[in-house]
Design a protein around this ligand. Structure first.
Ligand code: AVI
Length: 319
């Protein structure tokens, strides 16, 4: 028996080993977004069933002026964004703020230099007059620096990404954001709301199979990056919305009793027929839960900016 401790070089390798040897198997949805996964996510956002993107686009296209007024910033301020994606939605807000001659500097933060370069190209092509200071690095390191300045800040965390965090993780993440905020700073948080269970179920269990491909891509990623031999045709996708707690939980499950081997992990993994791998939480919030979360974090909810169907909110909080 080889007793030499294995040192896996990536967090992905470590997390896959931990997740697939756990009693209840799990993989984190944060690993969905390799190049292929990011491309599939773009397709998800274009599906008519996946309403959050259009709802938030509508809010930012139509209500950014009201958002600006509600900030009540006098003079210069910064707009600090976490996880901007390609900036399509944020551009609506930035454009409206520029139209109103607001004096701000846009500071998107991303760990990936490539993501920042794509974003800069996208933003600067449409809004050449914008003051933009991109920050490449860890969110919390960057926030620490920003919080040392006296300029007021509007933090953006859009897209409903908070829904992908478990309750305690969402709390921890927002607390870290809060630790970099001064009194009077604002946070605009995109949150998907509880609504008809059928509408939510269809957005995730889509008839085109795109969300299935998004999940199955995780198995392709394991094959590619961890030199594994998973027969991906022997897995299917299942998701379920529970209207009692607002949670969509997503799973891959094995269609047969099977085993695969990863050379990088030097490990075999066995699956019973119908055994599940939990892959994602997409939590939908009620207004009461939003109020409670803000209150626990010592924020005040200034206003919920809603789309016309009232499916999604960009919730404006003050520190
Ligand atoms: C990125 N995030 C907010 C998406 C969501 O709605 O939870 C990811 C997603 N998963 C399946 N469809 C979209």
């Amino acid at each position: 028996m080889n007793t030499t401790p294995q040192i896996y070089t990536t967090a992905f390798a470590e997390d896959v080993l931990e997740g697939l040897t756990a009693k209840k198997k799990h993989l984190s949805s944060k690993y969905f977004y390799d190049d292929n996964g990011s491309h599939i996510f773009q397709q998800i956002m274009k599906m008519p069933e996946y309403y959050p993107t259009n709802c938030e686009f509508e809010i930012l296209s139509e209500q950014s002026e009201q958002i600006l007024e509600r900030l009540e910033f006098k003079g210069k301020f910064n707009i600090v964004e976490f996880g901007s994606g390609d900036g399509t939605k944020t551009k609506q807000l930035l454009q409206a703020f520029l139209n109103k001659n607001a004096d701000f500097t846009y500071m998107p933060i991303d760990i990936s230099e490539e993501a920042i370069l794509i974003l800069e190209e996208n933003i600067l092509t449409s809004l050449p007059e914008i003051k933009m200071q991109s920050k490449i690095g860890d969110y919390f390191e960057v926030i620490k620096d920003i919080s040392k300045e006296n300029t007021p800040n509007l933090f953006l965390f859009l897209g409903g990404n908070i829904g992908n965090y478990k309750k305690e993780d969402a709390f921890d993440l927002l607390q870290k954001f809060a630790s970099g905020m001064k009194k009077g700073d604002k946070l605009l948080l995109g949150i998907d709301l509880q609504k008809s269970p059928r509408i939510i179920q269809k957005a995730y269990d889509d008839p085109h199979g795109i969300t299935k491909a998004f999940n199955i891509n995780l198995l392709h990623r394991i094959n590619r990056e961890l030199d594994a031999d998973i027969d991906v045709s022997q897995f299917d996708f299942y998701c379920h919305y529970n209207p009692e707690n607002g949670e969509v939980n997503s799973y891959l499950y094995s269609l047969a009793k099977q085993r695969f081997y990863s050379r990088v992990l030097n490990n075999s993994f066995t699956f019973q027929k119908d055994e599940t791998i939990w892959t994602e939480l997409s939590k939908k919030y009620s207004f009461i839960e939003i109020e409670e979360l803000a209150e626990h974090l010592d924020f005040k909810v200034l206003e919920n900016f809603l789309d016309s169907k009232q499916y999604f909110t960009d919730s404006l909080w003050e520190k």
